[in-house]
Ligand binder design. Structure first.
Ligand code: HXC
Ligand code: NAP
Length: 298
């Protein structure tokens, strides 16, 4: 008799492989917010490999420079408008710069977001506001700018909003980000219906756990509290960033034209995980190694 050992989900094809034909995004402009780091850059990389002209928009020149270098290395044409997506005027200016460089983007990936772990009772109003402003409001400003420009010239387009699975479940320690991502997911469903008649698809794409070296110190330190990230996943492994890039390039491709208003989760089923038994509850404070709460202000 043989025993079934847990081996997890198989590894994906190697970096550089693609399910889509070479040149799928030739003559196509793709704008990716936060495309200079982490998952945004991984997504930008897959569009670049398939021939896209890539526009990456974010606040920090060092992120834009790193992204430009990586994408140009793949042979892509790249534009890098500086833009804080909390400011609708800066969003409009980034689209102006994209149009001047390559033409109106046919694809928008709303990837930029903000997040840090904090117990809700410790969260300042400005901390809440900041995360919601970037993740939810910024995503809407970019989607709105994209749609208005397409409606004006009667061209189709595709929006992919990067989400998070705590949009459905709630996210202890991430109340601000979870609420904002719930808004992003909901927005996908509304905008897909409003803008479908004008030829604009709107979808969501949710990464599971995809560790990468650009993760902020706050997020890294949170992850460091889990010793072995692989064995904590039903897949017995974390995501490889190219797997998210492949999903994004599929969702925005001609082969997904009838998919709209959908949010695709790429997480090896981690968000569905439940336990047979009920382990003891550990508060967010204890998980973060924080002292007991003390009221320090009225
Ligand atoms: C508590 C914090 C905090 C922290 C900031 N704040 N960091 N509060 N714990 N760790 C508070 C500040 O004290 C301030 O409130 C308010 O938040 C705004 O902070 P600023 O530094 O002034 O904001 P800003 O310069 O605009 O920077 C935004 C930021 C920063 C969100 C704080 O971290 C950032 O730029 N992040 C972008 C990248 C990012 O977040 N990536 C993560 C995406 S990963 P007060 O009251 O003091 O004024 C993700 C999913 C990961 O989303 C899932 C992991 C499993
Ligand atoms: P990251 O490397 O920290 O990327 C965040 C990006 O957003 C940065 O490039 C940053 O660029 C940009 N950004 C932040 N605030 C901005 C603002 N106000 N205006 C413009 N750009 C801004 O994080 P990541 O892990 O790649 O996350 C990418 C997306 O995946 C996010 O939507 C995140 O919520 C989601 N996600 C990630 C994971 C994961 O495991 N990594 C899991 C679930 C969901 P600048 O600093 O240059 O502005």
């Amino acid at each position: 008799m043989t025993t079934a050992e847990p081996v997890g989900l198989p590894e994906p094809p190697a970096l550089g492989a693609s399910a889509l034909a070479p040149g799928t995004y030739n003559d196509t402009v793709v704008l990716i917010t936060g495309g200079g780091t982490g998952l945004g850059l991984a997504v930008a990389t897959e569009f670049a490999r398939l021939g896209a002209d890539v526009v990456i928009a974010s606040r920090k020149p060092e992120h834009l420079d790193t992204g430009r270098e990586a994408l140009e290395h793949l042979g892509a044409r790249v534009a890098t408008p500086r833009c804080d997506i909390r400011d609708p005027d800066q969003v409009a200016a980034a689209f102006d710069e994209a149009e001047t460089a390559f033409g109106l983007p046919a694809v928008l990936v709303n990837n930029a977001a903000a997040n840090f772990p904090v117990p809700a009772e410790d969260m300042s109003p400005n901390a809440w506001r900041t995360v919601v402003d970037i993740t939810l409001n910024g995503t809407f400003y970019c989607a709105r700018e994209f749609a208005r420009r397409h409606l004006a010239v009667e061209t189709p387009g595709s929006i992919v909003n990067i989400g998070a699975s705590y949009a459905w479940t709630g996210g202890p320690g991430f109340a601000h980000s979870a609420a904002a991502k719930a808004g992003v997911k909901n927005m996908v469903e509304t905008l897909a219906v409003e803008w479908g008649p004008y030829g604009i698809q709107v979808n969501g794409l949710v990464p599971g756990l995809f560790p990468h070296e650009d993760m902020t110190a706050d997020i890294q330190s949170n992850l460091a509290r889990t010793n072995d990230k692989d064995v904590c996943q039903p897949a017995m492994r974390v995501g490889r960033v190219r797997e998210l890039g492949w999903a994004a390039t599929f969702l925005a491709s001609p082969f997904a034209r009838f998919i709209s208003g959908h949010t695709l989760v790429v997480d090896g089923a981690n968000w569905q995980r439940r336990l047979l038994t009920n382990p003891p509850v550990v508060t967010v404070r204890d998980q973060m190694g924080k002292d007991p709460f003390e009221l320090t202000q009225a």
